[in-house]
Design a protein around this ligand. Structure first.
Ligand SMILES: Nc1ncnc2c1ncn2[C@@H]1O[C@H](COP(=O)(O)OP(=O)(O)O)[C@@H](O)[C@H]1O
Ligand SMILES: [Mg+2]
Length: 225
């Protein structure tokens, strides 16, 4: 079956109690799922396991038709060979590359159309004047937008975004969400469909103001501690 499939994944750090305990998630092609849950419940860990930044201990991860990690057999396809786009909380932009070079970093030499896309996407993100600037002069929110475009640029099969809109003020967040929805069209996401629980793990998330709700996501997966 295609899509992203985490099957019965468990993960513990330093042989302690498992942070993830038998978690199964299936994200269908074109589906956008939002992970919710209190701080420390394992959202980042789940994404890192899917990306291969954490070596899988128990369970199986499948992307498309390919098993990319299997705990029992120690199978581990490296992150860069999983066909995924990543954006993690620290943005991790390359300090020695300018903004445009950061966005186009993962593109093959002959991807002229995607380079053109990068320029127009920077413009739509309000970053046209910074294409030749280096990351250190950008604000956190600007760096976040560059990191988001870098993840989108190679048109990966799976996008894993850790708190992608957290560093943005409310107005910018709404703008970026719209831009992201449009850029996500090639992935055939369905940004406006109704939210619903794909799989419940118990407690609900509290204290979210309306602008923080994951409006792009069709499904929300709730993790509990
Ligand atoms: N590299 C690590 N070593 C030890 N503990 C970790 C490591 N990464 C995360 N943890 C612990 O795992 C738990 C889940 O963390 P995390 O996945 O970052 O949660 P969330 O993203 O939901 O806030 C936390 O208790 C955190 O302290
Ligand atoms: Mg986190």
């Amino acid at each position: 079956m295609s899509g992203l499939h985490l099957n019965n994944v468990s993960h513990a750090f330093n042989s302690g109690n498992p942070v993830l305990n038998g978690v199964s998630v299936f994200v269908a092609p074109g589906e956008l799922v939002c992970l919710l849950g209190p701080s420390g419940c394992g959202k980042t860990t789940l994404l890192r396991v899917a990306a291969g930044l954490e070596r899988l201990q128990v369970g199986q991860v499948t992307i498309g038709e390919r098993v990319v990690a299997e705990g029992r057999h120690g199978k581990h396809i490296p992150t860069e060979k999983r066909g995924i786009g990543l954006m993690f909380q620290d943005y991790a932009l390359f300090p020695h590359l300018n903004v445009l070079e950061n966005v186009t970093f993962g593109l093959p030499e002959n991807a002229a159309d995607r380079r053109q896309w990068a320029l127009s996407a920077l413009s739509r993100m309000g970053l046209a004047d910074y294409a030749a600037s280096y990351p250190h002069i950008l604000s956190g929110g600007q760096q976040q937008r560059v990191a988001l475009l870098r993840a989108l640029a190679p048109e990966p099969r799976v996008l894993l975004l850790d708190e992608p809109f957290s560093g943005l003020d409310v107005t910018r967040r709404v703008d970026i969400r719209d831009v992201f929805g449009q850029h996500a069209q090639p992935f055939r996401l369905r940004p406006q469909s109704a939210c619903g629980y794909r799989q419940g793990f118990g407690k609900s998330a509290h204290g979210r103001s309306p602008d923080q709700r994951p409006r792009l996501a069709r499904s929300r997966l709730r993790l509990d501690r």
